[in-house]
Design a protein around this ligand. Structure first.
Ligand SMILES: NC(=O)c1ccc[n+]([C@@H]2O[C@H](COP(=O)([O-])OP(=O)(O)OC[C@H]3O[C@@H](n4cnc5c(N)ncnc54)[C@H](OP(=O)(O)O)[C@@H]3O)[C@@H](O)[C@H]2O)c1
Length: 248
């Protein structure tokens, strides 16, 4: 295959940013997207200078078109696509809000789906697509039904997509983190810093390995799925959760 290149959506923070670092260290040319100006600026400062940091809103297909033309111009082809941009929109049924529902499905499902559609012409035979799902997609977690639906949709789509892409040996797999220590878990508008610290300590205490996931735990799994070592793996999900969720 040609030179290794990667596009990471939601690569300005957390899991995506850690993956950008890991792939860059392994010799990939890397591009990342993010939406908020402050996290885009932080990513430009934190990531190696030759990582392409693009501001693009996953809800906007015009932004996605712009990202695709930039990648075509700068990289030519894309050997790895990591569909990772995502939002968490907690809501119980009695507080359900249409805007939260639309936002979760537009970023997590539609935005990622059309990024795949639009980047497809850039993917050479043998390319690897990885999608972030999350163990919450298939388990009960209070207030998580909307986010679970928007992410779990990928588990429903992946088998069909895997067989559509198989004639070109393009692989598509999901990576499913458990609670991972990123700004998404640490930022909670309705909790004080002390309450967040208590919540994080409780999650760690309840995990069989006694800690939250680190963004690097997920990044290393993504790097494996992107590599030739995973050349015969498609349509699968790898859970990266330290054993969380296994108990009956
Ligand atoms: N952390 C966990 O425990 C956990 C567990 C299961 C699944 N996940 C999933 O893992 C993925 C990465 O999350 P994380 O934990 O690393 O959280 P994070 O640090 O908050 O990162 C989320 C990333 O998604 C980007 N993003 C959000 N909305 C976007 C939009 N409209 N357009 C473009 N980019 C957008 C963010 O960019 P900006 O900051 O620039 O907006 C950021 O780069 C998400 O899909 C999340 O649902 C996380």
């Amino acid at each position: 295959m040609s030179a290794r290149t990667a596009l990471i959506t939601g690569g300005t923070s957390g899991i995506g940013k850690a993956t950008a670092k890991v792939l860059h260290r392994r010799g990939y040319q890397v591009a990342v997207t993010g939406q908020r100006p402050e996290s885009v600026a932080r990513a430009r400062a934190d990531l190696p200078e030759d990582v392409l940091v693009l501001r693009a809103d996953a809800r906007s297909l015009a932004d996605t078109d712009r990202v695709v033309s930039e990648i075509r111009e700068q990289f030519g082809t894309l050997t790895t696509l990591f569909l990772n941009a995502g939002v968490n929109r907690p809501s119980t049924l009695d507080a359900a809000d249409e805007a939260a529902f639309d936002d979760a499905f537009t970023v997590n499902t539609k935005g990622q789906y059309f990024t795949l559609v639009k980047t497809l012409p850039l993917l050479p035979d043998g390319a690897s697509i990885i999608v972030t799902v999350g163990i919450g997609a298939t388990r009960s977690l209070t207030g998580n039904s909307i986010t679970a639906g928007s992410r779990g949709a990928w588990l429903a789509m992946i088998p069909t997509l895997a067989l559509e892409l198989a004639p070109r040996r393009i692989r598509i797999n999901a990576v499913s983190p458990g609670f991972t220590d990123t700004p998404m878990v640490r930022t909670s508008p309705d909790k004080t810093p002390d309450e967040v610290a208590t919540m994080v300590a409780t999650i760690a205490a309840n995990n069989p390995f006694g800690r939250l996931g680190r963004p690097e735990d997920v990044a290393e799994t993504v790097a494996f799925l992107a590599s030739d070592g995973a050349a015969y793996i498609t349509g699968q999900q790898i859970v990266v959760a330290g054993g969380a969720g296994l108990a009956v």
